[in-house]
Write a protein that binds this ligand. Structure first.
Ligand code: PLP
Length: 391
C-alpha cells in the first residue's frame, strides 16, 4: 500500500462569500509559470511593475507602495507594527470584526487603544470618532473602509480633517474595497493603507498591497525602538523593493506573478468600468432579494456593492440553506459573524465573482432553498434582476 495521499482535486465552486472570490484562469496560469530567483532581473521588473500598478489602484504617488508577503492581516499588522511604538495612543473605529482585529493588533504593539463604537451594520459619523477622542491627541486614527463582516461602506470624508485635529496619521483598511470601489489615497489624505489579494482583486490569498505616505515613511525612519516584527519591518523590506535590492526574505515568486496578472486584468477592464460593474451587479442582486421578500441588513446609503448582507428570515435554518447551496449549486455564500451570527447571509460580489450570471444563479438557488424549507417566496426575482440590467 502506498503512503502517498491522492492528488489534490478541489471541487469547482462559485465563490460568492466574503472571500476568496473566483480567480480568473489567466491568474491561475500565471502562478504555474516557472519559479525564478528573487533577484532575477525579470522578477525585479515584475516587482517594479507591481508597485506602479498598485499606485494606480490606490490612486497615489506614494513611493512606498508594495505587496507584503502574507494575507490581508499581514498588511494590517505591517501598518501597525511600523507606525507604533509602545505607549502610543491609537483611536480605532469598531463596528465589526475588522475594527476589532485592528484594536487587538494595536494593543499587541503596546499601544493605548481608544475605541469609537458603532452598531455592527452601521457606518460611523466622523463626530462619533471626535467624541470618543475627547481632547486627547493620537498617533493613529484607524478606520475600515469596507467592513466585510457586516457589509458596511464607510464614507471617509472628514477623516483627514479629524486626523489633523488629533495630530494623527490616518490608517485605512481597504481589503474589501480595493479593485471594487473607488479608493483614493492622495485625495483622501490617507497615510497608511492595506488590502488583500483574494477579495476584489480576484487573486488567490497570499499577498497584501500596502502604501505609506511620505510623512508616514518619515515616522518609521525616525523610530526610537526597532519595529517589533523582523519579518514586517518596512525599513528592510523597502530596501528589497527599492533600488538597493537588499535580500530580506525570499519573495513568494509565483504569488507575485498571480497578483501581476490580476492587476493587469483590472487595468485592462478600466477602474471606472470595474466600479460600475460592481455597483450594477449589487443593485440587481438586491432588487431580486427584495422581490423575494428578503430585506437587507445595511441601510441603502451605507451599503457595500462588494459584500451584500441580507437578513435571514425568522425560523429559517442558516446552515441548512448554505449547505444546500453548496451541494446543489456548488455555490458558496457566507454566514454572519459575532452578533450577526445566524442573522445574516453575506453574499460577496467581488472581482471576477461579480457577474450577471452569478447574480442570477444566486437568486435562483436561494429561491429554491427557501421554498424547500417551506417558505413562501414572493414574485419572480429574475424579472426584478433583469429590469436593473435593462435600466
Ligand atoms: C479579509 C479581511 C481582512 C483579513 O484578510 P486575510 O486575508 O483574511 O488575512 C482584513 N480586513 C478586512 C476588511 C477583510 O475583509
Amino acid at each position: 500500500m502506498s503512503l502517498a495521499p491522492d492528488r489534490i482535486e478541489p471541487p469547482q465552486r462559485i465563490l460568492m462569500g466574503p472571500g476568496p472570490s473566483d480567480v480568473p484562469a489567466s491568474v491561475l496560469q500565471a502562478m504555474a509559470a516557472p519559479t525564478i530567483g528573487h533577484l532575477d532581473p525579470y522578477f525585479l521588473r515584475i516587482m517594479d511593475d507591481l508597485s506602479a500598478i498598485l499606485r494606480e489602484l490606490f490612486a497615489t504617488s506614494n513611493a512606498l507602495t508594495l505587496a507584503i508577503s502574507g494575507t490581508g492581516s499581514s498588511g494590517m499588522e505591517t501598518c501597525f507594527v511600523n507606525l507604533l511604538e509602545p505607549g502610543d495612543d491609537v483611536l480605532v473605529g469598531i463596528n465589526g470584526v475588522f475594527g476589532t482585529r485592528m484594536k487587538d493588533v494595536a494593543e499587541r504593539c503596546g499601544a493605548q487603544v481608544t475605541a469609537a463604537d458603532q452598531d455592527w451594520g452601521r457606518a460611523f459619523d466622523v463626530e462619533q470618532f471626535r467624541s470618543a477622542a475627547g481632547d486627547r491627541r493620537f498617533k493613529l486614527v484607524c478606520v475600515v473602509h469596507a467592513e466585510t463582516s457586516t457589509g458596511v461602506h464607510q464614507d471617509l470624508s472628514g477623516f483627514r480633517e479629524l486626523a489633523d485635529e488629533l495630530g494623527a496619521f490616518l490608517l485605512v483598511d481597504t481589503v474589501t474595497s480595493l479593485g471594487g470601489l473607488p479608493v483614493r489615497v492622495d485625495e483622501w489624505g490617507i497615510d497608511a493603507i492595506y488590502s488583500g489579494t483574494q477579495k476584489c482583486l480576484s487573486c488567490p490569498p497570499g499577498l497584501a498591497p500596502v502604501s505609506f505616505s511620505d510623512r508616514a515613511v518619515q515616522c518609521l525612519t525616525s523610530r526610537q525602538t526597532k519595529v517589533q516584527s523582523w519579518y514586517l519591518d518596512l525599513n528592510m523590506i523597502s530596501q528589497y523593493w527599492g533600488e538597493d535590492r537588499v535580500y530580506h526574505h525570499t519573495a513568494p515568486i509565483n504569488m507575485n506573478y498571480a497578483l501581476h496578472e490580476a492587476v493587469r486584468l483590472i487595468l485592462e477592464e478600466g477602474l471606472e468600468n470595474r466600479f460600475a460593474r460592481h455597483a450594477r451587479n449589487s443593485k440587481a442582486l438586491v432588487a431580486g432579494l427584495e422581490t423575494m421578500g428578503l430585506s437587507m441588513q445595511v441601510p441603502l446609503p451605507e451599503r457595500l456593492p462588494t459584500l451584500n448582507a441580507v437578513r435571514i428570515p425568522e425560523g429559517l435554518d442558516d446552515a441548512t440553506v448554505r449547505k444546500q447551496l453548496l451541494s446543489d449549486y456548488g455555490l458558496e455564500i457566507g454566514g454572519g459573524l459575532g452578533p450577526l451570527k445566524g442573522k445574516i447571509w453575506r453574499i460577496g460580489l467581488m472581482g471576477a465573482s461579480s457577474t450577471q450570471r452569478n447574480v442570477a444563479l444566486c437568486l435562483t438557488a436561494l429561491q429554491s432553498a427557501l421554498k424547500s424549507q417551506g417558505f413562501t417566496v414572493n414574485d419572480d426575482p429574475i424579472a426584478a434582476m433583469k429590469s436593473v440590467y435593462e435600466e
